[in-house]
Design a protein around this ligand. Structure first.
Ligand code: BTN
Length: 255
């Protein structure tokens, strides 16, 4: 990779930490971490999820990690591509283990298997003007956990164990995930259209109609999700016509 960013070249693992995302953010505030630094943990006492929810994960059961990136090649208007890169990396990891069942991306960045959430991604970008100064991408990938507190996650949770009926070695899985991250980060840098096209093959709601809800107005529509673009817009099929909507304003309503 030469002088390129290498994700995981610097990696720090904690037995227990409040939150790997929080730690990565405080690293950025206090020092100059090397691009691609990974913070991982066996357990988080205060794991953070989307929409200010907590992220619960039993000790030593799952992958919990955050990556510090400086995507200076990406203009701020394309920050959504970081979500795509992150989601596709999780999908590639899972598909390397088994091509069945297929994963789906429920925007902005939940990874589902058979309608259940197998991984969550939390991204915090530091945007200044046109530039993404830094980004912390946090991943919670459910691996060997067998039971969950369903109330803690919006969508019903699942894990690799529950899906593939097999336990996994976390260190090997961690290395494989770092490999996927490096591949997709390189694609993001060098060939973003290929990355986007790849991810568009995994959209939740592309084969069946799903209900989406406007976060501000409460309006609901039953749509097919056709494609995501690099700006975070989604093309949906609704009422016999195609329409572009902004991902920030709409949420997929589950069950
Ligand atoms: C979601 O709500 O779906 C996002 C969950 C993200 C959880 C991961 S676990 C590692 C990293 N540290 C955190 O505190 N959160 C992310």
């Amino acid at each position: 990779m030469g002088n390129e960013v290498e994700i995981g070249k610097v990696s720090v693992h904690f037995f227990s930490i409040s939150s790997t995302n929080e730690f990565a953010n405080s690293l950025l505030a206090k020092s100059e971490p090397i691009a691609g630094t990974v913070i991982s943990a066996d357990y988080q006492t205060s794991g953070k999820g989307q929409y200010d929810k907590s992220w619960q994960s039993a000790p030593k059961m799952n992958l919990l990690l955050s990556v510090v990136l400086f995507p200076d090649f990406l203009r701020a208007q394309y920050n959504f591509l970081l979500n795509i890169m992150a989601a596709q990396s999780v999908i590639d990891l899972i598909e390397k283990l088994s091509p069945e069942p297929r994963c789906q991306i429920k925007w902005p960045n939940d990874i589902l298997v058979k309608g259940k959430k197998i991984a969550g991604i939390l991204i915090k970008n530091n945007i200044q003007g046109n530039a993404i100064k830094s980004s912390v991408c946090g991943f919670g990938i459910n691996v060997n956990q067998q039971t969950f507190d369903c109330d803690s996650m919006g969508v019903k949770p699942t894990s690799l164990y529950l899906t593939l009926k097999k336990e996994f070695e976390l260190p090997a899985l961690f290395s494989s995930f770092i490999y996927s991250l490096n591949e997709n980060y390189r694609l993001l840098k060098e060939d973003r259209n290929t990355l986007l096209a790849k991810a568009n093959g995994y959209l939740f709601g592309s084969k069946e109609f799903v209900v989406i809800k406007n976060i501000r107005t409460g309006q609901s529509m039953e749509v097919k999700v056709m494609e995501l673009d690099a700006h975070g817009k989604v093309r949906v099929f609704w009422n016999n016509q195609f329409r572009w909507i902004d991902i920030c304003n709409w949420k997929i309503a589950m069950g």
